[in-house]
Write a protein that binds this ligand. Sequence first.
Ligand SMILES: NC(=O)c1ccc[n+]([C@@H]2O[C@H](COP(=O)([O-])OP(=O)(O)OC[C@H]3O[C@@H](n4cnc5c(N)ncnc54)[C@H](O)[C@@H]3O)[C@@H](O)[C@H]2O)c1
Length: 253
Amino acid sequence: MEEIKPVVVISGGAQGIGWATSIGFAAQGYKVMILDKNGELATQRAAELGVGHHAYEVDITIESQVSEAIKEIIDSNQRIDCLVNNAGVGEQQGSTFEQSYSLFLQVLQSHLSGCFLLSRAVAQQMAQQSQKGSIVNLGSIAGERGIPARNAYAAAKAGISAMTRSMAVEWGALGVRVNAVAPGYTYTDLVRKLEQEGKVDIGAIQRRTPLGRMAQPEEIADSILFLASKQASFITGTTLTIDGGWTINGNTD
Ligand SMILES: NC(=O)c1ccc[n+]([C@@H]2O[C@H](COP(=O)([O-])OP(=O)(O)OC[C@H]3O[C@@H](n4cnc5c(N)ncnc54)[C@H](O)[C@@H]3O)[C@@H](O)[C@H]2O)c1
């Protein structure tokens, strides 16, 4: 008899934290479904993971693309055990006075609308399964502290924590757990781009971080895997900060 493997859907799974998370779930025996707007890279990544893993070229802000991909995944697998709402874009360039309204909306949409559309589609399937499921969302320390010129990004990430709590309460009785991680600065393309644009000072981040460095994507993936696992079976609605102590540092030296 063919072994039935658990299925995870990872948005933005083609690179950065999402890719590290895809590798982590695959290593734990999951079939990994990468949803990414970069279809070419996603296809390459799914092939790297091997047989049984699939890529879907999806812009998570477009409702029809999300529902078609999730329907296809359910039709082929009859289950979804975990959803990682990871895809999103960084903040636009420049001070608040220079920021455009359309880019402000785009940042909000990629994080908040994407998380809403995917969670709504996937949780309905999870609730019908005998083996329920869990959702892990990507928040950020930017949602917890004031960082200049991060208006849309900060609002989106604070919104992710709020949505995590709302969905956790609403879906708890259905057996679906919903949690979030709030990473600190993690060395991915998103941060590399900010660095190139002179929008982050890596030295200053390292000095403020008690552990003295930035996170590696795999360290964020490990916490996502924990929240999705049986070891976290009584945890729901929480946002786990993973920042090497950046947010709690009150040292003024
Ligand atoms: N890197 C950090 O320091 C950091 C810190 C805190 C939180 N986060 C959050 O972690 C998540 C991943 O960040 P990352 O640094 O790995 O980013 P990244 O830019 O390296 O990768 C993001 C991935 O998401 C995809 N994507 C973006 N918008 C999409 C859309 N609309 N539809 C489908 N796919 C889309 C991209 O194609 C890419 O593959 C994001 O939600 C980010 O806000 C990152």
